[in-house]
Structures are given as C-alpha cells and as structure tokens.
Design a protein around this ligand. Structure first.
Ligand code: ADP
Ligand code: ZN
Length: 714
C-alpha cells in the first residue's frame, strides 16, 4: 500500500519523498488504525489524509473549521486533478443537495464539511447513504477547551461517528501537543486505541531572530526595502499600532493591508483575500489574523511587539515558510511590550491561579527575548523537546557574528543622567537632556544646569533614544509599570557606574539589500499570477514558490525535465506545463550563459545517465571544473556562494575528484589542517574562530574535503 501511496505522491503531487512522519501516519490509517497525528504547522498534515483518501474505497470526510480553509484545500486538490468538494454555510440548500447526490454517485474522493453540519439530522441521514472509509478531523485541538481555538461544535464529531452504519477509520490532526488537549481528542472523538504520531516541533527552514531595543520602525523599513517582492506578515499588539504602521508603510508606497478586530467583517475578508491572492504582499495585523491562512509562501513574520507567551509566538511565527523554503521569524523586543502584556493579564484574567500561570508564561517569553543561547533550542525545550546539538546554526544567536563594541562610556553617561534626574522621568525627556535640547520641559526643570546636560550632543536624538531603549532591553535600566513609564537604574548599571563591569553591545545588523537578479523568478511569478487569476485560485495553488525557485535553479526546457521539478505532478504538467516551458525556453534563449537542465546531458566531464537531468550540484561542479570561481558561479546561477560551496562538498562526498587547490591558500593549508585535527571537523564555526580572519569558510570546507579520507582515522 505504501508503495502505491508513494507513486501517487509523485504522480499527483510531484513530490519526491515523504516528509518525516507522513509515511507512518499514512500507513497507520491505511491499515485501519485510528490515528492521532501531531505535526507542526507546515509539516504536511493534509497529505496524510489525502493520500489514504485516494487509496481507500468510498469517500473520505474531512472536518475542517473554516470556510476559507476548505475552499483552499478543495481548490488545491482540484488543481492536482483529485476530485473533491465541500459543504458549508456558503452554499444554498440546492447546492448542498447536488453535492451530496454527486457524492453518492462516487464522484468525489474527499468531502470537506464544517463541524456544525454534523449536528443536522438531515445531514446525518444523508451521510448514512455514503460509503465512508475515513473520517479525518483537521485542527482536532478545536475539540478541547484547553486548546487555543475551542469550537464546541467539534463535540458533535464523536456522536456523529457513533451513529454511522459502518464506523470509518478516524484520524485526528493537530499542531497542538499538550497532554490535556491530546486526552480530550482521544476521549471526545471516541478514538479506538489510536496510534499516536508526534513528529517533533522543529521547523528547520525557519530562521529565528530576536532584536532587542532596536528602533522598530527603522528596522521594518530597512527590512521591507530589502525584501520587496516577498510576502510577509507584521504582527503588532494593538489596533492603534497596526493602524500607525499601516499608514506609515502605505505612505512609503508599499502595497500593504491591515487586519484587526476593529475592521468590519467585510473589510477583513477582503484584505485577507487580497493578501492570499498575492495582490498585496505585506499584511500588518493583530493576532486576530492568521487562523486558517494556508498561504504557503509567507517568507517572513515580523513581530513588532512581543506576544504574551511562547505558544502564541510559535503559532504566529510558524505561519512563515509552510512550503519548507527558508523563511524568517523576527521578534523586535522592546521593554514597553512587557508592560503592555502585564497590563493585559491584570485587566483580563480574574482568577488568581490562572493569573499566576499567565505571568509565568509571559516570563518565559521575556526570557526567550534575552537568552544568549540558541533560540531554536529554547523554543524546543519550552515545548518539551530536546535538540540533538546545542546550536542550530540557523538562529540569530547561533549565527551572530556581529561585532561586539564597548559602549561603557556612553552607557555611563546615560546612567548618570538618569540618576541626576532622580529616576523620575521617561525615555524621551532623558534623551532630550542628554542631547542638550532647549525644550520647555527641560528648561522648566532647570535640567540645563545639570553636568550631564548635552553630553551626548553629537548624537541624534533618535540614536540616544535607541541607546536608552537598548539599555532597558538588556536589563541595565528598568521601566516602572505605570501609565507613563519612568526609567530607573538597576544593579547592573550600578556596577557599570562604579567601573566594575563594562557594557558590550552588538552592533545591530541591518538587513542587506538582496541584489540577486531575480528576473526569471519574476517572470514565472507573473505567469503564475495570470493563471491563478484566470482560475480564480490563489497563486500558490498553481505552484508553490519552492517549485518556481527550483525551476530557476535547474532551468528545465522540456516536459521531461519539468516533470522532475518538485511540485510538478501529472495534472499540473498537463495544465500549466506548456505555458511555463514557453517562459523558461524564452529565458534560456535570451540568456545563453545560464546552464539549462535539458534531458540530454551535455557536459561530458561528469558521468551521468544521458536521460537524466543534471542535478544542481553537478552543474556547479561542471562550472567549477571549467575554471570559474565560486563567486562567478554563484552570480551566474543566482545562488548564494554558500550554496555553491555546499554543492562542491556534496560532489566530493559523492566521490567526484575535485581540485581544491584554488580554494585553499597554500600558506595556510597546514595551519587549517592542524586546527581541524585539534577541534574536529563537525562544526565550522569554532574552526573559523580559531583561524586568522582572512581564511574563509570555503577554505576550511575545502580542506576538510581534501583530507576527508585521512581525517577521523586517527
Ligand atoms: P500543515 O497542514 O501541516 O500545516 P500542509 O498540509 O498545508 O501543512 O503542507 C504544507 C506545505 O508542504 C504544502 O505546500 C504541501 O503541499 C507541502 N508538502 C506536504 N508534504 C510534502 C512532501 N512530502 N514533499 C514536499 N512538499 C510537501
Ligand atoms: Zn540556534
């Protein structure tokens, strides 16, 4: 059975392999076993019930909480050539009847239904006439009041199953793994000795970043300028903040939308739709936005404010990168955020036990913002999981090679100013005094007579405010919990004033503008958008970003080669293949220097099957062997230089003979080798740090590869 499932995976979906957990879960359902699948957002839950649906006789009923989600999934299935439909309140009674009649005739393999529908006697009666093999419950945590989106109507599922003539296999799918929710799912859905699969919470393609005390507005503007054509969500805590940010971005010319509870249902629906259809790529929103957003190509989620706990954060941030492509989750921490969240807990939670619980969770969130260690490890540990290594290499703490600067003197100036002003004022007035401003409030209080007046005169007012905020965010200063928060000194600052310790600060990294030429990608996107609009579906239903990117990388020029791209199944090949090939062929004709993946291998240097496409790393190898530098290859192929290095390493591991000499500076070869022997070759960063600056990662990797057979044999 699993072999058949794999074939369908390749034929319909165009995917090469299962993702972790998928094969087991599919196998379990196919053998008739009730199954609970707990997988993080984006891990690929839908496929786990769609494939069994195709392989089992009769029909699969999918319980799904949101109308928009159902429509999306049905669109997606139809685009793959899989017969599916939905029944919900957006249809007339006639339409519902028609669909049920068609279902009876066996026209659909999947039928999506809202849970409310199960309570209707008429519907239950009709369902008895269908041959239901599998009942899949999506977002099954909605059944539990301990979950984050309790939906009482999910409680109708258990009784519904009990009343069916023949009991189908039941599969429950969720991303929530707390023990209470799990127990509720098993009990309330009346599952029979379910097999439980938990794939772990890690989302390796997400790059986590925390910025403390950053000028948030500046950061966002820089970031957006560097990520112009990408889709992203910016979450802010309050409607006011959303409105403010929206207006700012709108004025700057961005095509941006907003979403919060203060807008009408119609406005919200419209804004969400426009975002999903790629007609606007930035969404500024409160946490009201996102449930049921299946958009798979969200490339970044920026939190303009810290959310109330790690559960919310991971869920919201997790909306990035569902397609598995590298994506960013950035949290901009400001000390004011903590005050707001505390205030909200005070205001909204009555029960004292729950209040203490909420405060505890908030503290864990604050700790995330301050940990100097791996962020991914922190997240996973929070959810009760252990990471294999201490560092992930893909979070701002693991990657941070920003320069540390000694800012003790400036910090001391700020601290003494706070003291001289008797710890009774807020950030802005302190900054005014340090700047030497003549504003009324400063003069009224005679602050211009203080010795600290104007001691940071040469800095801009904004820079001074940023500095103070950073000192607050890093715990040297504290803010009082009041309507107008007052800045106060902490013990750490006292030590600095005494000269006992120094203040080091990372120079905040500014996002770099991406200058890669994305012209082919843009051409493909434009075509995708056109096809999507014609078919009235979101663009990612046509092809995911990852599929377009792979087309850019391997430039398929005929059907055979196009079929090998991840995400191109038979139906899509049939429907869109020619349109995409036309764009790809034209691009190849206009850019003859870019190596294409034709089905006839054209590079004799490397032995490959003539009927095969050339894998990306081999294309790199060919170019390298023809004498091009890594930089040149990266430029020509529109890849990162790091990727090019990795391609060569991969070739080397696969046994290709590679001349490493051009990459290893001769005078350093012995030294690099010595360090590798001392420190091991598992981690590159310690090696880089132990070696002179001018030795780059490429040289280190090259040395490792060159000596791979002698290393580790000591
Ligand atoms: P979830 O419901 O778990 O959040 P989805 O089912 O929406 O995740 O899947 C997320 C994305 O991953 C979709 O774009 C889906 O097509 C893709 N996907 C799922 N399984 C695979 C696979 N085996 N190979 C490649 N992509 C996959
Ligand atoms: Zn990390």
């Amino acid at each position: 059975m699993l072999e058949k499932a794999r074939k369908i995976l390749q034929k319909y979906y165009g995917y090469r392999d299962f993702r972790p957990g998928q094969a087991d879960i599919i196998q379990s359902l196919l053998t008739g076993q009730d199954t609970v699948a707990i997988m993080p957002t984006g891990a690929g839950k839908s496929l786990c019930f769609q494939l069994p649906a195709l392989l089992l006789p009769g029909i699969t009923i999918v319980i799904s909480p949101l109308i928009s989600l159902m429509k999306d999934q049905v669109d997606m299935l139809e685009s793959l050539g899989i017969p599916a439909t939905f029944i919900n309140s957006s249809l007339t009674a006639n339409e519902v009847n028609e669909r049920i009649e068609s279902a009876k005739l066996g026209r659909y393999k999947l039928l999506y239904v809202a849970p409310e529908r199960l309570e209707s006697e008429a519907f239950q009666f009709l369902m008895k006439t269908l041959d239901i093999s599998l009942l899949a419950i999506d977002e099954a945590h909605c059944i539990s009041q301990w979950g984050h989106d309790f939906r009482p109507s999910y409680r109708a599922v258990g009784p519904f199953v009990a009343r069916l003539a023949k009991r189908p296999v039941v599969g429950a799918f969720t991303a929530t793994a707390t023990e209470k929710v799990k127990q509720d799912m098993i009990e309330l859905l009346v599952l029979r000795k379910p097999a439980i699969y938990f794939t772990g919470f890690d989302r390796p393609n997400l790059l986590f970043t925390v910025m403390r005390g950053e000028n948030k507005q500046d950061f966002v503007l820089h970031y957006l300028a560097a990520h112009k054509n990408e889709s992203g969500i910016i979450y802010a805590s309050t409607r006011k903040e959303v409105d403010h940010l929206y207006t700012l971005l709108h004025k700057k010319g961005y095509v941006v939308g907003k979403y919060h509870a203060g807008l009408s249902d119609e406005e919200r629906r419209k804004n969400q739709e426009v975002f999903i259809r790629d007609d606007m790529n930035i969404m500024v929103a409160t946490n009201a936005f996102g449930m049921g957003i299946d958009k798979s190509d969200v490339r970044y989620v920026i939190h303009y404010n810290m959310p109330k706990n790690m559960e919310s954060y991971y869920q919201e941030a997790g909306r990035a990168g569902r397609d598995g492509e590298p994506s960013e989750c950035i949290l901009l921490f400001g000390a004011q955020d903590v005050l707001l969240q505390k205030f909200l807990i005070e205001q909204t939670v009555g029960d004292s036990e729950r209040k203490a619980n909420e405060f505890g969770k908030l503290q864990a969130m604050v700790d995330y913002c301050h940990t100097p260690n791996c962020l991914r490890q922190y997240i996973l540990a929070y959810f009760g999981e252990k990471m294999a290594n201490a560092e992930c290499g893909n979070c701002s703490n693991c990657q941070d090679d920003a320069e540390l600067t000694d800012i003790t003197i400036d910090a001391q100036k700020v601290f003494s100013c706070v003291l001289r002003m008797k710890e009774r004022y807020g950030v802005n007035l302190i900054a005014d005094v340090l700047k030497g401003s003549k504003n009324k409030k400063v003069l009224q209080q005679n602050f211009d007579e203080l010795t600290v007046y104007g001691i940071l005169r040469s800095d801009s007012l904004q820079d001074i405010r940023d500095l103070i905020n950073r000192l607050i965010a890093t715990g040297y200063l504290a803010l009082t919990e009041s309507e107008y928060p007052i800045v106060q000194i902490t013990d750490s600052a006292t030590h600095v004033l005494r000269g006992d310790t120094k203040v080091w600060q990372k120079t905040p990294k500014r996002p770099q503008k991406v200058t890669a030429d994305n012209s082919l990608f843009e051409l493909l996107r434009t075509l995708r958008k056109k096809i999507a609009d014609e078919g009235k579906v979101p663009p990612y239903v046509v092809f995911a970003d990852s599929t377009l990117k792979e087309m850019c990388e391997s430039l398929p020029l005929d059907r055979q080669a196009l079929r090998l791209i991840k995400g191109v199944g038979e139906t899509k090949l049939e429907r869109y293949g020619d349109d995409f090939l036309q764009v790809l062929q034209q691009y190849a004709a206009e850019n003859p220097s870019v190596p294409a993946a034709k089905t006839e291998a054209k590079v004799p240097a490397v032995p490959i099957e003539p009927s095969d496409t050339i894998p990306s790393h081999i294309v790199t190898l060919n170019m390298y062997q023809s004498g091009l530098s890594l930089k040149k290859i990266a430029m020509e192929r529109q890849l990162k230089e790091l990727t090019v290095q990795d391609h060569l390493m991969r070739c080397s591991l696969e046994g290709y003979d590679i001349d490493w000499t051009p990459l290893i500076p001769a005078q350093y070869e012995a030294l690099i080798l010595q360090k590798i022997n001392e420190l091991g070759a598992e981690k590159l960063r310690p090696l880089k740090e132990a070696l002179p600056d001018e030795i780059d990662y490429a040289a280190i990797k090259a040395t490792i590869c060159k000596y791979q057979n002698t290393l580790g044999r000591k």
